[in-house]
Structures are given as structure tokens and as C-alpha cells.
Ligand binder design. Structure first.
Ligand code: ZN
Length: 80
């Protein structure tokens, strides 16, 4: 039998239908992993990236607001 009905998924630690499996290259060689876990990992990575970008943008905005507030304060002190 060249096409087994199910293949062991190293990520989940159990077998899935072979149609849901993809062979991927890892440091330890070629391994079988299910599409679901691959997609889930991709999604998590994308969410992490999006979250990281949002945090960076908020930090930048806060820093800019602080700088502007300080400049405004200095301008008021030196004016007149
Ligand atoms: Zn799996």
C-alpha cells in the first residue's frame, strides 16, 4: 500500500487522514504535518505580527504626543 489512509502528524502527535497531511522540511529531516496545524501556526504568526505593529504604532503616537507637549510647554515659557 503506497498511500496509507492516515499519516502520523508530528505536530499533533496523532494520525490524520493522508489528504490533510503535508510533508515539510524540518531541521530533523522531512516530516509529516497536517494542513490545519500549519495554517493555525501561520495565522498565529500573522496575529502576533499585527499585534506587535499595533503596539509599536501606539508607542510611537504616545512618544510623539509627549514630545509635542514638551515643545509646546517650552514655547510657552520662552515666548514673551
Ligand atoms: Zn496534526
Amino acid at each position: 500500500m503506497s498511500h496509507p489512509a492516515s499519516i502520523y502528524c508530528y505536530h499533533c502527535g496523532r494520525q490524520h487522514p493522508s489528504a490533510e497531511m503535508r510533508q515539510i522540511d524540518t531541521k530533523g529531516g522531512k516530516k509529516w504535518r497536517c494542513i490545519k496545524s500549519i495554517e493555525a501556526t501561520k495565522k498565529n504568526a500573522a496575529q502576533r505580527d499585527a499585534f506587535g505593529k499595533t503596539v509599536t504604532m501606539v508607542n510611537k503616537a504616545e512618544q510623539q504626543a509627549r514630545v509635542k507637549a514638551r515643545l509646546d510647554a517650552e514655547r510657552l515659557q520662552t515666548a514673551g
